[in-house]
Design a protein around this ligand. Sequence first.
Ligand code: NAP
Length: 476
Amino acid sequence: MTTHPLYLNGQFVSSDTALDVINPATAEPFARMATTDRARLATALQDAHGAFLQWRRLTGKARGAFLHAIADRVESRRDEIARTITLENGKPLAQSQGEVTMTVDHLRWFAEEARRAYGRVIPNQVDGKRHLVIKSPMGVVGAISPWNFPLVLAVRKVAPALAAGCTVVLKPASQTPICAALLAECVHAAGLPPGVFQVIVGPSSAFGDELLANPLCRKITFTGSTEVGRILIRGAAASIKPLSLELGGHAPVLVFADADLDLAVEGAMMAKFRNTGQSCIAANRILVERSVYAKFLEAFVAKVRSLKVGDGLEPGVDVGPLFDEAGVQKALEHVEDAVAGGARLLCGGRRVPGSRGFFVEPTVLADVPQKSACMREETFAPIAPVCAFDREEEALELANASVYGLSAYAFTSNLDRAFRVMEGLEAGTIGINDGVPSTSQCPFGGAKQSGWGRELGIEGLDAFLETKHVSLGMRV
Ligand code: NAP
């Protein structure tokens, strides 16, 4: 079994310690990843700081050329990297290939954005002054990424930070570090100077503490649970460490009677079952106007029953395993709790019989009470709770009745309603007649307890830039 090294200051570094990386389809290890300790992270931050002093001096165009070169390397290894995503995360291969495509697009988007870190000139209000706004890279960035999109969510941080002129120490999720190791190989092959990008794996809590406490780390960008987001916020108080936080979600899908029902069913399928329901923007509650409720359920359940579940490496698989045993237990608890509360189980609801890995059947629950756990907590599983509403105001009220505000979806053919709904939904990303709204050139991030800040779009670059006002006194 291959043990992948860390990538530190331009070197691939092996270690005496390593962890097993499990394939969720078999519940068995398929690779190992070297690990290290907090002291080594402190050294990595020191090296990143040294590299920053040079990297920041490059033009945006030059940094962009490096990002294009990384994208070229990722593209040339597309099949191998996609297979690795499936092996460590479990998602079907076609979706892993989609993750690689999106990764390359993010790299190329920020390669171009590197040239556009525009400042501005602001008209003066008194004689003898001129006002400039300039943008400067923040410094060394600590990037912490999750397991559910092990490549693209890391690159969503790394690419804009590098484009902005920052250097990055990436800490991937311990259970899915291999994609980060492959990304390091691509970065190395692209010829980035030592210390500009590093990959480190080890104890997450101690690493978090180091990133928070070490003054050389100027920003932490984190994607993961709201719970860990809270830990970072508390820790950041001491040094007022800037944080970008992409946290949990609980997306509602609103289906109005005036919607194209086929489109709504397709959109809800995408929003729910992509990545086996383990996406922060996954549909967690599907709310359907009562007059089309039965019709929607009939069409939706038929589609769900036709999904092929299996090892993501097998051709034609739509739904892979859940990520780990804890995910299976949570999913089954959510089903049990909803049924106990009065929900009707229309299909699925069990662990896939006889499976070795962490497989749960695609499930539809109807008439789910609002108090059920799945209507309040992230389920992170292929489980679709559906319930009916009568009025648009009620739908919006139900949709917004969550501490989360990451994403939301609505299906309607009425333009006035589309505007009312997009203005009324409390979410950072909204798909109107669209189940897959995220794209490189548009901002992504959450309202309420779904986080702070935005990734992607022009906002994604700004997250790593300090805005400085320069007032120039002059003789007139
Ligand atoms: P998690 O447990 O919060 O872990 C995320 C990352 O944080 C991992 O790298 C983890 O490292 C690290 N970590 C854990 N404890 C830490 C600590 N005390 N200090 C610093 N780092 C720490 O989340 P997850 O289970 O991997 O991911 C699922 C969650 O992420 C869901 O809630 C999902 O909604 C959210 N998510 C949000 C977005 C978004 O864009 N808003 C996108 C994807 C996922 P170890 O693995 O080494 O413990």
